[in-house]
Unconditional design. Sequence first.
Length: 358
Amino acid sequence: MTILVTGGAGFIGANFVLSCLRAGEEPVVNLDKLTYAGNLGSLAAASANPRHLFVKGDICDLELVSDLLRQHAVRAIVHFAAESHVDRSIRGPEDFIRTNITGTFRLLEATRSYVATLPAAAREAFRFVNVSTDEVFGSLGPDAIPFDETSGYFPNSPYSASKAAGDHLVRSYFHTYGLPVITTHCSNNYGPFQFPEKLIPLVILRGQKGESLPVYGDGMNVRDWLYVEDHCEALRAVLAGGKPGATYNIGGDCEKANLDVVHEVCALLDELHPLPGEKAHRELVRFVADRPGHDRRYAIDAGKIRRELGWRPAEDFRSGIRKTVVWYLQNQDWVNDVSSGEYRNWLATNYGSGVDAQ
Ligand code: NAD
Ligand code: DAU
């Protein structure tokens, strides 16, 4: 029996594949299109592992997905593949519609046909885990209670709207066809292998080079941070014990304003990679134009997964962010690999003259 992971060359997907292989469990088929965000370098530790099969391909390719499900007798799908960056969705939503909506739909269709061919016991045991986000719930006021599984959908960016559409399709396949799906809503992840278009790796890498650190708006937008390996553990708990048709919220119980996050990274860089002349990294912070429609606050109530599946995060922000900064400082080859021409173009497009893109 095999797990099919989609998007397993991306940030969370790669961490998930590596953790499954480390745990010595079943084989993993890893389907990834290798967009700008996918990187085989993140899977180097799995390259010689006979239980890992990487397939370069698109989740929109119904025939390919159907063949993989059949050929590998897949018993579960963990669906990460997505366009995942809010800023890119604002500049060009089309790819988000294609992958996050059409791609999820094709994956569901292939799965529905495949599951129908399984004997009753295998059909019962099959799981489709849809990895979604807290962003589908919209933005919280400063005193509002955190999102739980009953929160309504109020997506505000093309990214979160496309994820919400995917979630609705997933839900409908449970109610209409009885497909054993489970959707998870996780808060902001950080850790190794995250593409440096996202806040934390961006700040580490620019700070390391003494470049300016772009903070949107007033820097007081709040996110709930979770170390990526804790997210992977939560997904494995959901795969093992989650109830078909259910949803689970996953978060670190760790709300922080962006400026505080940036300052914490700066303090670690001061310690681990000081700038010449005793200049403090926090002096590099520059407030730049805000993200259009920027959600003010996300926060997750992870009580359900804690109570029902016994999951809780192993890392707090202090330990997780230190591990993360150390990882980026020690993995310059990976960093150089992803800092391609395409990435430099993105910096110039998104930040223009607001920050010294180099
Ligand atoms: P990522 O952008 O780092 O990786 C996405 C991966 O999907 C890449 O490897 C890419 O090549 C692949 N991909 C894109 N389009 C594809 C397609 N059509 N077919 C096959 N593969 C394709 O994303 P991430 O940060 O690892 O996020 C993974 C999932 O988790 C996403 O669904 C995202 O919405 C969700 N999520 C992310 C976070 C976070 O903080 N990063 C939090 C909650 C949920
Ligand atoms: O909440 C879960 C979501 O977290 C996931 O669904 C998304 O896939 C993931 O990208 C992430 O979305 P965010 O938009 O919250 O992450 P990002 O790292 O892009 O931004 C984090 C916060 O930092 C956000 O409030 C915007 C701000 N920011 C970001 C960048 C890139 C800045 O102030 N400056 C920046 O240069």
